[in-house]
Ligand binder design. Sequence first.
Ligand SMILES: Cc1cc2nc3c(=O)[nH]c(=O)nc-3n(C[C@H](O)[C@H](O)[C@H](O)COP(=O)(O)O)c2cc1C
Length: 193
Amino acid sequence: MSKSLDSPVPPPVLAAAQARRSHSKVTEDAPSTAELERLLGAAGRVADHSALHPWRVIALRGEARARLGRALADAAGLHGSGAASLAAKPMRAPLLIAVVSSPQPSHKVAEWEQEAVASGVAHMLSLLLHEAGWGVMWRTGPHTRSKAVAAMHGLAPGEKLLGWLYVGGIPDRLGSSHDKRAPLEHRLSTLES
Ligand SMILES: Cc1cc2nc3c(=O)[nH]c(=O)nc-3n(C[C@H](O)[C@H](O)[C@H](O)COP(=O)(O)O)c2cc1C
């Protein structure tokens, strides 16, 4: 075991990763654009094959969340109360960060590699937001890649959504958090010959 992992004060990245959890319910507080820019600057430092920067994010606040709700209901072909209930989903947090995979032309770096970079940025941003004291939940759904939802975000041809980080304040009373992850012994194998 390396010295720093053994020390009584765990290294900050290790501690942040161990402490991270999703918050499905958040309050109406939200990080400012300036705070978001700062955290995104750090999240954008994930490994990026050929430094193509194949990602961007779109912050949805206020009425833009209701427009997203209407696009989701359109995509689902719903009307009446079904449409209203789906349309209300984006209102569950004051800030939604739409994560966009924005693949760049490359002979060397396949599209799946570029999508992995965008996903890495989203995970890192989610970790940094949580460490900064914000509640975060990455959400998707069957209409994430629908035409209506792409149009609402103004995506360019070839761009694809990876979902939204729902962000807000952490409520005083927390819901329970169950760790459903499989034990590590099923996730790590070693080949030595
Ligand atoms: C790409 C992606 C999409 C997700 N979409 C949803 C979703 O639509 N609804 C949901 O309840 N959880 C979704 N999750 C899972 C939650 O964000 C969360 O990670 C999960 O509930 C486990 O909780 P934990 O993060 O506290 O371990 C998604 C996670 C990822 C990475």
